[in-house]
Design a protein around this ligand. Structure first.
Ligand code: PXG
Length: 445
């Protein structure tokens, strides 16, 4: 199918849009404009077809242009385009929360709605701190994140995150009382591991060291991505997450999993908590919740946490938190339609079926020039390239651009190329994605 070519934009037309997480001048000099999407593909403004190897930005898990979602959104807009959820309610918000509770890991059946991953993270951190206070442990305010962690761009999420650029630019404005676990990326020990690396479980014991330093009685929660995407795909070593869970239990500290990327089928189960068989106390999600069609996030809490808030006079607002658009009816409609598609097409477990072919495909890039590591889990893959001397990220960027020119969209973070295609991907498309990346890597100095 060909897209109608859209008129080209002149560089003047592009001045006003201050683009997020983008090298604005570089992009505007050589723009990559997307105009249409369907199934596994985008079409550029000049009508070229591009295979989507990233599910948009890790969110379009059921593939593009799903008619059921479009119809549900249109119907909801026609029925009630907006309704508040402060001291009011509307039925599909409750329906969606119930549906999500059924999908969630055991006990995580209380759901707070947000509009993005960043808001989900800040919400989870606030719930954790307020929960400690509500149960009489108000001195537990400290938060523990992890190096290389990405938890969005709010001040809370940045503070517990471990992205050096966030810390460099905004360091003095970060939340106080935050410490960080070491990250688990160790190419020296684990290069080219297939699936989870076997070396590194002991890194979870660093939590004991931080607890010894700060005292458990000051710590509210530990937050980690079960598997981190943004930092260039960093996997938990075998046994690592279970060990974190044990240490949190021992010291009565909440464990928060940030599942903004891993939620909704990315790793072969509805949530990574289920894939790794480790249940957190709070879980943040967004992205795949609505297939990326309408912004929405959801924070899942253990019932014991919710129940702790439900004390005192019934006319008090238990949690002083919420967004104008929490449980926006159009987003709820999009999410319900998305969950229907996931269920009908078995997409929340499809990554498990594809993962061995996926693993073989991405590991076929081992041995290509400059490739120093290949990592995979579920339907996530990453190829790490040696950086050019004095130019970190330059090789990765060149490969990303060349792939796009050849009709394949991948994601570049520094010198890591990440792939996380829609979960509807077919074996032939996996082959094309990885072959194109391989060809480009081999042609790039
Ligand atoms: N937590 C995690 C684990 C994420 O991956 C966020 C929170 C923030 O979500 P919002 O919706 O506020 O952007 C994310 C976002 C990449 C990439 O290149 C990843 C994200 C966003 C943009 C790019 O890997 N993840």
């Amino acid at each position: 199918m060909n897209a109608q070519p859209t008129p080209a934009l002149s560089s003047d037309d592009m001045d006003a849009f201050w683009m997020p997480f983008t090298a604005n001048r570089q992009f505007k000099a050589h723009p990559r404009l997307l105009a249409r999407a369907e199934g596994m593909h985008y079409w550029t403004a000049d009508g070229r077809q591009v295979l989507d190897g990233v599910a948009g930005l890790w969110c379009v898990n059921a593939g593009h242009g799903r008619r059921e979602i479009t119809d549900a959104v249109a119907k909801q807009l026609g029925t009630m385009e907006y309704a508040p959820t402060f001291q009011m309610g509307h039925p599909i918000a409750f329906e969606l929360a119930n549906r999500l509770a059924q999908l969630a890991p055991p006990g995580l059946d209380r759901v707070f709605f947000t509009n993005s991953g960043s808001e989900s993270v800040d919400t989870a951190l606030k719930i954790a701190i307020a929960y400690q206070r509500a149960r009489g442990a108000g001195q537990r305010t400290r938060l523990i994140g992890r190096e290389k962690g990405y938890h969005g761009v709010g001040f809370g999420g940045m503070s517990v995150g471990g992205m050096v650029n966030n810390r460099k630019f905004f360091g003095s404005s970060m939340l106080p009382g935050v410490d960080h676990l070491p990250h688990t990326l160790d190419i020296g020990h684990n290069a080219f591991s297939r699936g989870l690396p076997h070396w590194g479980m002991h890194l979870a014991n660093e939590l004991e060291r931080l607890i010894a330093l700060h005292d458990a009685s000051t710590i509210a929660a530990v937050i980690v991505e079960p598997l981190s995407g943004s930092a260039g795909v960093v996997l938990p070593p075998v046994g690592y997450l279970k060990r974190l869970r044990e240490i949190c239990d021992k010291h009565d500290i909440l464990l928060i999993f940030d599942e903004v990327i891993t939620g909704f089928g990315r790793v072969g189960k509805p949530f990574a908590a289920q894939a790794f068989d480790v249940t957190p106390d709070i879980m943040t999600t967004a992205k795949g919740l609505t297939n990326g069609a309408i912004p929405m996030g959801a924070v899942f809490s253990q019932r014991k946490i919710y129940d702790t808030f439900m004390q005192g006079p019934e006319n008090t607002i238990e949690l002083f938190h919420g967004y104008t658009y929490s449980a926006h009816p159009v987003a709820c409609a999009a999410a319900l339609a998305t969950l229907d598609i996931y269920a009908r097409e078995g997409l929340l477990t499809r990554a498990a079926t594809l993962s061995s072919q996926w693993e073989d495909a991405v590991h076929s890039l081992r041995g290509a020039p400059h490739v120093i590591d290949v990592r995979n889990f579920g339907l996530i893959g990453a190829v790490e390239l040696e950086s050019r001397v004095g130019k970190p990220g330059a090789r990765g960027y060149e490969i990303f651009v060349k792939c796009f020119e050849r009709g394949v969209m991948v994601r570049q973070t520094g010198d890591v190329i990440a792939m996380s295609p829609p979960l509807i991907i077919e074996p032939k498309q996996i082959a094309r994605l990885v072959e194109t990346l391989g060809d480009v890597i081999r042609e790039t100095a």
